[in-house]
Each structure stands twice: as C-alpha cells, then as structure tokens.
Design a protein around this ligand. Structure first.
Ligand code: CTP
Ligand code: CA
Length: 219
C-alpha cells in the first residue's frame, strides 16, 4: 500500500527511535505506568526504516508488532531506556524520543510482593531526563523530542526545544479529541530552535510519522 512506499531519504543513516510508556517497578508484580500506546513511535520507526535508515527501536512494553526491518531493544524503566539510548548514541545520526518517559520512579522498590494494608505510601524520586542528557552531550546527532501538553502548547514547546538543545520538537495538545494517547490520529505542531512553528493538520499517525521523517531528512 501507499504507506509502505520506500525512499532513500535516510539512506546510510542510523536512527534511534524510543517508544511506549516506561514502567517503574513498585514490587515484583506491580508498576507505575502511563497511557502511552506506543503507536506514534512505532509508526515513526516503520517510516524511518522505509526511508532507508538503520533503525533501532528502543521500546517500553507495548502490544504492537515490531515494524519490518526495525531492530528492537526492549526495556521497562526510564533508567533502562537511558542506558540503552546512551550506549548507542555516539554511533547514531539522530534520536527521536517519542517515548512517554516516567518523570518519577519509586525510590525503593520492594523485593517481595507488598501485602494488602489500610494505607500505603510510596516515595517517588525524579528520573533522569534522557533527552536533556542527549542534548547536553550532542556532537553530530540530530535530536527530535515530543511534548504532550494540555495548555500553552507552543510556549512550553519552545522552552523545551531550548532547554533540551533539540533540533525539532513535535508538540501536541492532548486535551484535543483525536490527538495523542491511544488513538490512530494526531494533530501536531513542529517547533524549531529559531522559534519557527509549523502547525500540521489532523492526520493519521502514519502520515504524521512520514512528515516527521521528511522533516528529519531536511535537518
Ligand atoms: N523525556 C526524557 N526523559 C524524561 C522525561 C521526558 O527523555 N525523564 C523526553 C520525552 O521522551 C519527550 C521530551 O523529553 O521527547 C519531553 O517530555 P515531556 O514529558 O513533555 O517534558 P518534561 O521535560 O518531562 O516536562 P513536563 O513533563 O514537566 O512537562
Ligand atoms: Ca514529563
């Protein structure tokens, strides 16, 4: 079908795509998670491979099949994702951080199953910001971030581009219907470090993925 069209836009490039929502363990059988389905990141990985890139998909758990021609690295927590990305960073040309990385993890995971009780307090501590670390250590790579916001999308987006040293940010308003988590469509705005803003119309995640890959090829 048309969405399987092959190009050589990213021939001879290595692209890392992260996807899915990280899982932060509470005990051996429980975790803190989020509503990311991984659909956007998997669609991007598929389009990167179709554009000729060696594509490494570093994914938190999802229910999605691995796209054809994509190398999968499975992780659970933010810290495991950070290690998987950082160890491959030097050898890659671009990182697209579509994963919904948990901002917090449980400070001390219980090593046996927590028993039922009247109340339970969990202390959460801040996770590393994977993308900010990549931005701070950037040499030749292009960095693309994502931001799901419920307000002030452009304003918050612009500050994330500068704060994380990004080459492009894909921002979306998840308070809108048909955009963001667990749907097949998305309405995003591309934000650049010079302050340029490119709003895209509502389209399928496959089409958004194609636009992101052509925007990366332009970079
Ligand atoms: N990100 C990351 N590591 C984190 C948190 C986020 O690499 N610990 C990445 C996401 O994958 C995304 C970008 O940073 O590409 C923006 O994530 P977002 O949650 O929108 O921003 P935060 O910096 O976490 O700020 P906040 O959640 O407070 O808006
Ligand atoms: Ca966050």
């Amino acid at each position: 079908s048309f969405h399987m069209m092959k190009t050589d836009l990213l021939a001879n490039k290595t692209v890392i795509v992260t996807a899915g929502g990280t899982q932060e363990a509470i005990d051996p059988v429980r975790f803190i998670g989020n509503r990311s389905s991984g659909k956007m990141g998997y669609a991007i990985a598929e389009q990167a491979a179709l554009a000729g890139a060696r594509t490494i998909l570093i994914s938190a758990p999802t229910n999605l099949p691995v796209p054809f021609g994509v190398e999968l690295v499975s992780v659970e927590s933010a810290r495991a994702m950070e290690e998987a990305v950082n160890s491959r960073y030097e050898a890659c040309d671009a990182v697209i951080m579509a994963a919904a990385v948990a901002d917090f993890r449980v400070e001390n995971m219980a090593d046996t199953k927590i028993k039922k009780m009247d109340t339970l307090e969990l202390k959460l501590v801040k996770n590393p910001d994977i993308l900010k670390g990549l931005g701070a250590n950037k040499t030749h790579q292009k960095l693309i971030g994502f931001a799901a916001e419920t307000q002030n999308v452009i304003e918050y987006g612009k500050s994330k581009v500068l704060n994380k040293n990004l080459d492009m940010l894909v921002a979306n308003d998840v308070s809108k219907q048909n955009a963001g988590f667990n749907v097949d469509t998305n309405e995003v705005t591309l934000i650049y470090p010079g302050g340029q803003v490119r709003p895209l119309p509502l389209m399928t995640k496959i089409d958004v993925a194609k636009r992101i890959i052509s925007a990366l090829a332009e970079l």
